[in-house]
Design a protein around this ligand. Structure first.
Ligand SMILES: [Zn+2]
Length: 387
């Protein structure tokens, strides 16, 4: 084992000598050399800086990496390294998240004839904990921190977050479903949220419409909701439109939107929205609630059924009483509004299997989810001509 080196480290107004970890240990049968974050930083600022090799997966790389690093995921590094670093005498510092994969990679590179390979002890996590910088990205530091849990997600990463920040989503209805849906989409960083509702906040709404507060009673729902959303996430634009959606204005209200959340509770609005969304070819995430039950489905114009395929004619009023008559458990729209936000994000990012041609049913009392198939109606008055 080499003796530990020391280096000067200015800490406040006093200078202290601090050991730099440089361990030699057995890893399998080959020798592993490790270097800590401070030591690596010193080397990078020396006359002969090492080449950095990041052996993490793509989504981890996208979420942030060291400046100037090369990228070769650990399972590919043995085949990629000759192309990236032809000279086997080049000093290399290999890193991953915590130092486990990079240790494996360093040993593998040694076996391939690379003579000067060190693994960053503690990985990029230790690097950041030491206060050392990452390569600048398009995101601000504040955004990087805000969306860190998205950036770490497989299939999401920096590209997915950037996509959400550019996205435009209409939420029709700022009530029981629209409240949680809007909060989750705002928190997720959906760049533009257009809220449409014509109602004012009533004290009886607060049992389930969790975006509104007691002090907002009597104000327009879209204004009350917009205040909360802007407070939650100043990155996003909120368009608050205090109007009732009708057949006459549905085209204008949906114009320019990429995904629509149907959080209404009237059949007139749902049919008007259906026709406008089909005409503009905008997918709709539809949900409805009834007492302790809820249902959810996604309509994609041209490739799946539409709202009228599900309800060819408006149910008679007695068969579909509104919340104020039938009652509703507040948490039920809470769950399904959050599911609507989830389906919207999936559509925007193109990940997972959207709930198209399927209806998710939930009975809260039985604690049971079920699924029904929903076929496109070839004779549908609204969508049969939409290709
Ligand atoms: Zn249809």
């Amino acid at each position: 084992m080499r003796p530990a080196r020391t280096r000067d480290n200015t800490e406040g107004d006093r200078t202290v000598a601090q050991p730099v970890t440089q361990q030699a240990g057995e890893f399998g049968r080959a020798t592993l050399r490790e270097i800590d974050a401070g030591g690596a930083d010193s080397l990078l600022h020396s006359a002969t800086p090492p080449t950095l090799v990041d052996v993490r997966e793509q989504h981890e790389w996208d979420a942030g990496h060291l400046a100037g690093a090369l990228h070769a995921p650990v399972d590919s590094v043995a085949t990629m390294i000759h192309g990236l670093v032809p000279n086997p005498e080049t000093p290399l510092v290999v890193y991953c998240a915590h130092g486990v994969r990079s240790a494996r990679a360093a040993v593998a590179l040694g076996a391939l004839g690379y003579t000067n390979v060190q693994s960053l002890a503690g990985g990029i996590v230790a690097w950041e904990e030491a206060g050392l910088p990452l390569a600048p990205t398009a995101r601000t530091d504040a955004q990087h921190a805000r969306y860190a849990r998205h950036l770490a997600l497989p299939g999401f990463g920096a590209e997915g977050q950037a996509r959400l920040l550019r996205a435009r989503v209409l939420i029709l209805g700022a009530g029981g479903l629209g409240s949680p849906a809007a909060l989750y989409l705002a928190a997720a960083g959906v760049g533009t949220l257009r809220l449409v509702d014509f109602d004012t906040v009533d004290i009886s709404n607060l049992q389930r419409q969790v975006i509104h507060t007691t002090s907002g009673v009597g104000t327009a729902k879209v204004a009350s909701a917009a205040n909360q959303l802007r407070a939650l996430n100043p990155d996003i634009q909120v368009e608050a439109i205090n109007e009732r959606l009708t057949a006459d204005n549905a085209g204008a209200l949906t114009n320019g939107m990429e995904v629509i959340l149907d959080c209404t509770d009237t059949f007139d609005a749902r049919y008007a929205l259906n026709r406008a969304a089909l005409a503009a070819r905008i997918p709709v995430v539809h949900a409805s609630v009834y007492r302790y039950e809820a249902r959810l489905t996604v309509f994609t114009p041209g490739s799946g059924p539409c709202y009228r395929c599900m309800h060819a004619t408006e149910p008679i009023a007695e068969a579909a009483p509104a919340c104020d008559v039938a009652g509703v458990l507040g948490s039920v729209p809470g769950v399904f509004g959050a599911l609507q936000a989830t389906e919207a994000i999936k559509l925007l990012l193109g990940i997972g299997a959207p709930l198209v041609g399927r209806i998710m049913l939930w009975d809260a009392l039985d604690a049971r989810f079920d699924e029904m198939r929903l076929q496109r109606d070839p004779a549908c008055a609204d969508c049969s001509t939409v290709q």
